[in-house]
Each structure stands twice: as structure tokens, then as C-alpha cells.
Ligand binder design. Structure first.
Ligand code: GLU
Length: 361
């Protein structure tokens, strides 16, 4: 899962965000990006595939400045790890910018709906639809003669999402404001003196402040230099206790646990939830085959399953072999991924299509 850092205050925003993202590097990522505002009209974006230092090189070549902004290190779930797919993502106007941790399960349906209304998509991600949803909400309010704030539009948009998300949004039209919403992946808000932070995890902001709000599912936070306002997705004000974190940076990386091993043991439920997110519903057991790019019919035609894996995933695959064979009654073979190319594993042909026009004759 990704790393997120956002800042609003009077410091130069880029170093605050880059340093925060660096402290979240242990999460693993494939690309990084940043959007800042507060230095003239509009928001400036820089993105780069690969390591954070690639983004830093881009920023050295084409510097940007501002007093509020958001940054992201991406762990791709939808779309390749390219510069175009790196967050932040924008609406059609480029004035609304979003970073996202998680998966929007109903993004395809929303994408079709928005595209039919004329919204133009330029990435392969699920995240991009969030920026367009916010744009759509603002436009439809304007068309009916109403003014809707950024937080109002975010609130309406998140109510239309299914899946898991921690999102952070800024708009060129409402400078020095950051809106965050959480449903699933963690989000913390850092409270400073005339400056406020948002991050996907404590180490991203702990070097600036020890006073934090931990957002719960269904919480939103609106950050401005004047303070932080917390609401639910309906807009009702809520209260969360300010937690004073005593951890040093190493303890923070360990999430307060004594050892990394303990942290990882306790993170297992979340790790499983994150892994299956958007692929299998843990509530209904429904498998989202469209996300696997295999049709239901093709899936049923499989006569054998080959799993290529390494190390821990090889052990997991070996356990999976027994489960799949017992449940699906399909033979499973597990190979070392590093040797798979050389092993000349015999792949079985799929069963013929039963519903195709040819087989029906
Ligand atoms: N689903 C989003 C994407 O693929 C966010 C992934 C993440 O959490 O980094 O871009």
C-alpha cells in the first residue's frame, strides 16, 4: 500500500512532503508524485516512476513552490507503474487533485458514467475517477445555482465509492485547504502551530508534531492554517481525542510494537484484507473476475492451474494448491518462478467453450 503526506502552513511545502514520503519508504512503492499550490494560480504537479530520488531529480530540474500540497508514493493496483498513472490525479480542468491509498471497487461503472457525460480520462487507475466525481459534484451544484465547498463535493463523492480508500484532495479554487477522507486504509492528522499535516502513517509526520488525530472509518478532516475540522461523511461535526505519541522514529516505524516481527504478526489481518481488496469480497466471498482480466466463462474452462512463486509466496502457493484442489477439483502445480521459464511446465489446454456459436452448432 502507498504512502501519503499532505501539508498546509507557512513552510515551503516540497521539503516537508518529500521528507515525509522518505520516512514512509519502508512501505514499498513503484512511483511517486507531488502537487502543490499557494504560489500563484493553479496547482503544480511533478511525478516520476521508480524511486523517490527520481521525483527529487525532476523537482531539481523543474522546481515548484507553495504553502500547501500533497504527495504520494504509489503501489499500483490498477494500471502500470508509469508516470501517467503515478498520483496525484486530476479532473478535466486540472484544478482538483487527488491522492489515494486503496482500491475503488466500483470505478469501472463510475468511469463509464462519467465518460458518457464527457469526462476525459488519461490514466488507467481507479483513483482518477475520484477527481472527476468531485468535479461533477461541483459542476452540478453550480448548474443549479448553488455553491458547494470542496469538502461538500468530496463528501458527496465518497458516498458514491465502494471499496477502500484514504484520499487527500486539494483544489486550486480553494487555496490552503486540504480535505482528507478515510474508509479502510489508515490516515492520521498532525496538529502543529498554524500548520497541519496528513499522512498514511505516523512516521510520515512525527518529526513535525507528536499531537495526532487518528481518523476512523467514515471520518473526514478539513485542514487549513486556521485549524482542523472533523466531520462524518454526512457533514456532521465529530470529535476524536488528540493522541500524544511518545514513540521515537524507530518505534514509530514499528508502530509501537517491540519488534518488527510482532508488528508484522499483528498486521496480518490487515495485510490479508489489503491483498484481497478489489479481488475478493471478504463479506460475500464474491470474486471480482473482471479485476483479474479473466471472464467468468474462461475461468470455468480451466483444466489445470499453474502457480509460479518464490520464497514465502511459494509456501503460500503450496498451501493454496491443497485448498484450490479441494474446493475447485482442478489440479494445481506450483513452480519456482525463477525456474519456471526453464522448467518447460506442460500447460494444459482449456476446455472448449460451451456457449460459443461454433460449439453450439
Ligand atoms: N489503486 C490506486 C492505484 O492503483 C492506489 C494504489 C495505492 O494504494 O498506491 O493507483
Amino acid at each position: 500500500m502507498c504512502g501519503i503526506v499532505g501539508y498546509v502552513g507557512n513552510k515551503e511545502v516540497v521539503p516537508v512532503i518529500i521528507e515525509g514520503l522518505r520516512r514512509l519508504e519502508y512501505r514499498g512503492y513503484d512511483s511517486a508524485g507531488i502537487a502543490v499550490g499557494g504560489n500563484g494560480d493553479g496547482l503544480e504537479l511533478r511525478r516520476a516512476p521508480g524511486k523517490l530520488r527520481n521525483l527529487e531529480e525532476v523537482l531539481n530540474e523543474r522546481p515548484i513552490h507553495g504553502t500547501f500540497g500533497i504527495g504520494h508514493t504509489r503501489w499500483a493496483t490498477h494500471g502500470r507503474p508509469t508516470e501517467e498513472n503515478a498520483h496525484p490525479h486530476r479532473d478535466c480542468s486540472g484544478r482538483i487533485v487527488v491522492v489515494h491509498n486503496g482500491i475503488v471497487e466500483n470505478y469501472l461503472a463510475l468511469k463509464h458514467e462519467l465518460a458518457a457525460e464527457g469526462h476525459k480520462f488519461v490514466t488507467e487507475t481507479d483513483t482518477e475517477i475520484i477527481a472527476h466525481l468531485i468535479e461533477q459534484e461541483l459542476e452540478s451544484a453550480a448548474e443549479s445555482g448553488k455553491t458547494l465547498s470542496l469538502e461538500g463535493a468530496v463528501r458527496r463523492s465518497v458516498r458514491r465509492l465502494t471499496g477502500a480508500f484514504a484520499i487527500v484532495v486539494i483544489s486550486a479554487d480553494e487555496p490552503n485547504k486540504i480535505v482528507a477522507a478515510r474508509f479502510g486504509p489508515p490516515a492520521v492528522i498532525g496538529l502543529g502551530e498554524g500548520e497541519y499535516f496528513v499522512a498514511s502513517d505516523v512516521p510520515g509526520i512525527l518529526h513535525h508534531t507528536r499531537n495526532l488525530y487518528f481518523l476512523a472509518d467514515g471520518d473526514m478532516a478539513i485542514l487549513t492554517p486556521a485549524g482542523v475540522q472533523l466531520t462524518d461523511f454526512e457533514g456532521n461535526p465529530i470529535e476524536r481525542p488528540v493522541q500524544r505519541i511518545q514513540w521515537d522514529p524507530i518505534q514509530a516505524e514499528k508502530g509501537g510494537y517491540k519488534h518488527f516481527m510482532l508488528k508484522e504478526i499483528f498486521e496480518q489481518p490487515r495485510a490479508i484484507r489489503d491483498t484481497t481488496l478489489g479481488r475478493v469480497s471478504l463479506d460475500t466471498g464474491k470474486v471480482f473476475l473482471s479485476e483479474m482480466k479473466i471472464s467468468d466463462e474462461d475461468f470455468r474452462r480451466a483444466t489445470k492451474i499453474n502457480i509460479a512463486a518464490c520464497g514465502t509466496s511459494w509456501h503460500a502457493a503450496t498451501a493454496g494448491k491443497f485448498m484450490i484442489e479441494r474446493l475447485a477439483r482442478i489440479p494445481v502445480e506450483v513452480d519456482y518462478a525463477s525456474e519456471y521459464r526453464l522448467a518447460c511446465s506442460l500447460l494444459s489446454p482449456a476446455k472448449p467453450r460451451t456457449h460459443s456459436p461454433h460449439s453450439a452448432r
